[in-house]
Design a protein around this ligand. Structure first.
Ligand code: UGA
Length: 430
């Protein structure tokens, strides 16, 4: 099938490259020529395991094409995906200007039957908004349809998630447009859920918000555990084996960050507000998420008898492992809190340090993970990169001012770490 994908961010690039690898002819469109040039050289502009190999392969096979012209790509395609960002606007509602700008560019180029697919995370009613906008150009209503096809891939495992999704959601007014997408996705052998466009739009927000609530729930339980001597890992395991609950997204830690959960929780709260429903559950989940980091840092502050003049090492800066993405990462709250209290901060991350350097240039950055321990009063594990698990804590402890470890992601076990003379504090354990 001839496909165009407008936007080469996480969602657009991964979707485009995988669809090309599955044998479609895909034109990836972006207005950022530097990004397109990079992709044309077989390089990925984002850190995503496995993606670069597929970019190289699909370029060589000729299935992946690049363009900066939405018009040209629309004219050459049967299906045009909109996969651009919808960051929160001033009032917390998603800013749709990029989506609408793309729709404005697609409209005049429609000269044959075209299915326009909204893959960006957009509030309910956006498919209709896009349709109305395209009609306002005098476009023949029989020539195009707007479909909602939200994306559920996760950063860090985007290739796997795109090839093996739990489900594909297609929201459409008509069967013909839905069938076009069924044809495109049938090779994935995933269940395809056919809905209205508004249901599809809501499924995306509801899914991300539900997962965020689930994490906040276990984080709230972690606070109870700390007070009563229970262990949140044991509680989560005991709960998660109940198939109705499920063990995924039940890992207590510093809380959720990234470019999706915070934005989508806020977005759904706003949608509720606009429709006259106060979504208190989401507000509470958001509050718990914010308290989680502050509470952890307060424990550290108490342990050290104040933070002023203390040297604190941070392991990890990305919002989760296997990505260089620092958007809404917990590391920001931690750096700002520590710096605000007059602590000296030294941080390490396997891939996200250059991103953080741009926005927090005044902290120290370690050349490797071991340097984080040197001369530090305490070390905090912020992101659970697998490579940190194997650190020689015994040896590294001898380079610290005091052996104090704050594990924000339950990476190590208390008994193992205490064996090396550390004072070990973690989430959901007394
Ligand atoms: C999330 C969703 O999981 C995807 O399905 C969705 O497509 C994506 O948002 C999106 O809307 O684009 P992502 O933000 O890449 O994916 O990351 P997740 O793996 O979901 O993690 C989100 C945050 O929750 C991270 O900060 C992570 O550390 C935290 N988390 C996750 C926990 O604290 N505990 C858990 O058990 C799981």
């Amino acid at each position: 099938m001839d496909v165009a994908i407008v936007g080469t961010g996480y969602v657009g690039l991964v979707t485009g490259v995988i669809l090309a690898d599955l044998g479609n002819r895909v034109i990836c469109v972006d207005r950022d020529q530097a990004k397109l040039d990079l992709i044309a050289q077989g390089k990925s502009p984002i850190y995503e395991p496995g993606l670069e190999e597929i970019i190289k392969r699909t370029l060589q096979e000729g299935n992946l094409l690049l363009s900066s012209s939405i018009e040209e790509a629309t004219k050459k395609s049967e299906v045009v995906f909109i996969a651009v960002g919808t960051p929160p606007g001033e009032d917390g509602s998603p800013d749709l200007s990029a989506v609408l700008a793309v729709a404005n560019a697609i409209a005049p180029a429609i000269d044959k039957p075209t299915v326009i697919v909204n893959k960006s995370t957009v509030p309910v009613g956006t498919a209709q908004l896009v349709e109305d906008l395209i009609l306002s150009y005098g476009t023949d209503p029989g020539l195009f349809e707007v479909v909602s096809n939200p994306e559920f891939l996760r950063e860090g495992s985007a290739v796997h998630d795109t090839l093996r999704p739990d489900r594909v959601v297609v929201g459409s007014k008509t069967k013909s447009a839905a069938m076009k997408l069924v044809e495109l996705y049938s090779v994935l052998e995933a269940p395809i859920v056919l809905t209205t466009t508004t249901s599809a739009e809501l499924i995306k927000y509801a899914s991300n918000s539900f997962l965020a609530v689930k994490i906040s729930f276990i984080n709230a339980i972690s606070r109870i555990c700390e007070k009563c001597g229970a262990d949140v890992e044991e509680v989560a395991r005991g709960m998660g084996l109940d198939k109705r609950i499920g063990s995924q997204f039940l890992k207590a830690g510093l809380g959720w960050g990234g470019s999706c959960f915070p934005k989508d929780v806020q977005g759904l709260t706003k949608t509720g507000e606009k429709l006259g429903y106060r979504f208190d559950l989401l507000t509470a989940a958001d509050d718990i998420n914010k308290q989680q980091t502050t509470h952890f840092l307060t424990r550290l502050e108490e342990k050290l008898g104040g933070l002023s003049g203390k040297r604190i090492g941070l392991l990890g800066l990305a919002f989760k492992p296997n990505t260089d993405d620092i958007r809404d990462a917990k590391s920001f709250e931690i750096i700002d809190y520590l710096a605000g209290k007059g602590a000296e901060v030294i941080a390490h991350d396997p891939v996200a340090m250059s991103n953080m350097k741009e926005v927090r240039p005044y902290i120290d950055y370690a050349k490797d993970a071991t340097e984080v321990f040197q001369g530090s009063d305490a070390v905090i594990l912020v992101t659970e990169w697998e490579q940190y698990r194997g650190l020689n804590l015994d040896q590294l402890g001898s380079q610290m001012k005091s052996r104090i470890l704050f594990d924000g992601r339950r990476m190590w076990t208390k008994t193992n770490v205490e064996r090396y003379g550390y004072s070990y504090s973690t989430i959901g354990l007394e």
